[in-house]
Design a protein around this ligand. Sequence first.
Ligand SMILES: O=c1ccn([C@@H]2O[C@H](COP(=O)(O)O)[C@@H](O)[C@H]2O)c(=O)[nH]1
Length: 273
Amino acid sequence: MTTQQLVEQIVKKKSFLCIGLDVDLAKIPATFLQEEDPIFSFNKAIIDATHDITVAYKPNIAFYEAYGLKGWTSLKKTIDYLNANYPEVYTIADAKRGDIGNTATMYAKAFFEDMAFDSVTVAPYMGKDSVEPFLEFENKHTILLALTSNKGAFDYQTQKVGDKELYQVVLETSKSYKNSENLMYVVGATKAEYFKEIRKIVPDSFLLVPGVGAQGGSLKDVCEFGFNSQVGLLINSSRGIIYASNGTDFAERAREEALVLQKEMEEIIKNKL
Ligand SMILES: O=c1ccn([C@@H]2O[C@H](COP(=O)(O)O)[C@@H](O)[C@H]2O)c(=O)[nH]1
């Protein structure tokens, strides 16, 4: 999907919500456990209940890898279901990959070609030649970790490198990568006070923002400086939406939680765009 198509969906749905499909078998309604593929069945129910109010879904790959071959099969069925039934929805493989060039190309093929995701998250630590292979893929985005939502972000990402903080160097340097127009960045909602500085460096880029919901980040605070003329934000919530209930009403409750965020987004879009 192109960035323009993503923006069109955001405007049409009045939403810049991304729902995280982080499925933990210990947390989904017990009735699913009797099914042949509980993870896919759960995802399908969540997707069918929310696709009209969200613009993106983000399965975190760890939640699938943890279940081995069965988990990969559930992931493949989920992405195929999305692409076949809701092709207008943007998809993110939250895989946080990063390795030397030829290996990076294989990671990119896995997520962009075999799995047909629109984007994949990538760690910047191994530098330019570990990121550029992902950027070669047309109409696919590479979402580089910049300033993450966890406490450990302060271990390295805000450390000074010369007169800049490391996350600033990542943002600045990555703009010179070949095909850098295919880049987006991860910035945690729990770091709302950094968005002003981040927008000075990457005013036009899309930011994937996890940390609203279970991690306590504020949508309003992120939008104050994170919002740009094309919205420029994908706000992710995973546990806060998909585990709103583990009863028979789980899908309705997930929709209700998603709707709370979407309504807030609609208001922000009305006031800011
Ligand atoms: O900085 C980051 C990068 C990625 N994540 C991932 O996003 C979701 C958040 O889930 P919640 O349940 O809404 O907290 C999860 O997949 C994380 O691994 C992040 O939280 N922070």
